[in-house]
Write a protein that binds this ligand. Structure first.
Ligand SMILES: Nc1ncnc2c1ncn2[C@@H]1O[C@H](COP(=O)(O)OP(=O)(O)OP(=O)(O)O)[C@@H](O)[C@H]1O
Ligand SMILES: [Mg+2]
Length: 246
């Protein structure tokens, strides 16, 4: 088996034509690999297709053309149930809006996914996940009594407690102040280990510069790809006009 956790080949995504508009291409002919252990950031202007690409990578949106191979499995060849099982057992998602269950405590939110995946998560594993994100003291609090940064850290603990092979994060620091955002970023940085990868969509170019690789999307295509860039290099790549030679 290849070392790639994810392989995308010639992926395109069209939105269906409406009564007043022709079909629009949201993603155009994207091919890329994500290796095990990589921390990859996706940046680009609003509407450039970042979230759509992330959802296609995770098997939440089907591509119009092309293939997505996750952990050696071609997602288009899997039935809905098998795809859902693959996601449940190997994939974690972190959203800008946290998606915690309001009626449950932080501890109960973190404990929730394991039984759904028919896995046992010992009390100590849940405690350890909350300790890793610095929420031991807040374990019994409901989400409404936590700050935004604490809620996002609880959402990350919920994902990391499941030890996924890949974490997809869509604007995980988008609703946070600089300090809380930096804590969340540190957690994601350490979540990319030898075995696990992290793919993060972000508007924050400083955050993107923490990644091993940065993909710059423009009009649904990969405009630039940077390895271990500085924040200035990411800024330059995002702002360089598509028509100018680089
Ligand atoms: N279900 C949908 N129906 C109609 N248009 C959609 C749908 N999903 C995405 N789009 C369009 O596809 C394009 C890309 O959207 P996407 O959400 O992937 O962009 P993005 O780069 O994540 O933007 P942002 O930074 O604002 O989150 C946009 O023009 C958007 O309006
Ligand atoms: Mg988006």
């Amino acid at each position: 088996m290849s070392d790639n956790l994810l392989e995308i080949r010639s992926l395109s995504k069209a939105l269906p034509a409406g009564p007043r508009q022709s079909a629009a291409m949201v993603l155009r002919d994207i091919s890329l690999d994500i290796a095990r252990g990589e921390f990859v950031a996706i940046v680009g202007p609003s509407g450039s297709g970042k979230s759509t690409l992330l959802y296609c990578m995770a098997g939440l949106e089907p591509p119009t053309e092309g293939t997505v191979t996750l952990l050696g499995q071609d997602l288009s060849g899997l039935g809905r149930k098998s795809a859902a099982r693959l996601r449940r057992d190997h994939v974690g998602f972190i959203f800008q809006s946290y998606n915690l269950i309001p009626s449950l405590s932080a501890w109960e939110n973190v404990a929730l996914p394991a039984p759904l995946a028919h896995r046992s998560a010992g009390q100590s594993q849940i405690d350890a996940a909350l300790a890793a994100v610095g929420l031991t003291e807040q374990a019994q609090q409901k989400p409404s009594t936590l700050s935004g940064g604490q809620q996002q850290r609880a959402a990350i603990a919920r994902v990391l407690a499941m030890r996924p092979d890949v974490v997809f994060a869509d604007e995980p620091t988008g609703a946070l102040d600089a300090e809380a955002g930096a804590q969340v970023l540190d957690l994601l940085r350490t979540a990319a280990t030898d075995d696990s990868s992290v793919v993060m969509v972000t508007h924050d170019l400083q955050a993107a510069a923490r990644a091993d690789r940065v993909l710059v999307l423009r009009d649904g295509a990969i405009h630039r790809e940077l390895h271990h860039p500085s924040a200035d290099e990411v800024f330059e790549a995002v702002t360089t006009p598509a028509t100018r030679a680089v």
